[in-house]
Design a protein around this ligand. Structure first.
Ligand code: AMP
Length: 184
């Protein structure tokens, strides 16, 4: 169980959970949000292009996102496994990811859905304080999740592992690890 994707609405705790799981499973945590924020912080050309999308809660165009992921997955530490957090975000990206993995003769092992009710996630985001956590941008990110990202749950139905995302960090990662074990 080494090639994994974590899906859930903004504020579901994907970043925190991905960090815990990547440590326990000893696979790199690859967050497209973190990669974009690093580019924005370093003011690279990619960062300059991505910034307005992050600031408004829209998705960065697939062409930019897919190439960034392709480069990251080509790094040696991702060869044996990875935990993707925030990618894919729509079915087109999922298709491209599938092609990238097929080209390397691999595929995803599981897609973990962190299940958290919408009123819970909005409350969490309001208290997080990231620069794109204003009420308007939060609302837009939720809409984008519902229209663009939630269809992935159907797309990945056969390898989907749904886990209750409410509780302590350790408690939730234990649930995920147990659910992954049950699948094998
Ligand atoms: P996150 O840290 O996952 O909440 O992502 C923050 C922002 O980065 C999102 O609101 C998007 O603007 C952008 N982003 C992250 N991942 C993707 C992706 N896979 N496709 C397009 N945009 C993304």
């Amino acid at each position: 169980m080494t090639r994994l994707v974590l899906v859930g609405p903004p504020g579901a705790g994907k970043g925190t959970q991905a960090a815990a799981l990547s440590e326990q499973l000893r696979i790199p945590h690859i967050s497209t949000g973190d990669l974009f924020r690093a580019h924005v912080g370093q003011e690279t050309p990619l960062g300059q292009e991505a910034k307005r999308y992050l600031d408004s809660g829209e998705l960065v165009p697939d062409s930019v996102t897919n190439e960034m992921v392709r480069e990251r997955l080509a790094e040696p530490d991702a060869k044996a496994g990875f935990l993707l957090d925030g990618f894919p975000r729509n079915t087109k990206q999922a298709e491209v990811l599938g092609e990238m993995l097929a080209a390397a003769d691999t595929k995803l092992d599981a897609v973990i859905q962190l299940d958290v009710a919408e009123d819970v996630v909005v409350g969490r985001l309001m208290s997080r304080g990231r620069s794109d956590d204003t009420e308007e941008v939060i609302r837009r990110r939720q809409q984008v999740y519902v229209s663009e990202t939630a269809p992935l749950l159907e797309y990945y139905a056969e390898i989907l592992v749904k886990v209750d995302g409410v509780g302590e960090v350790q408690e939730i990662s234990d649930r995920v690890l147990e659910a992954l074990r049950d699948r094998t």
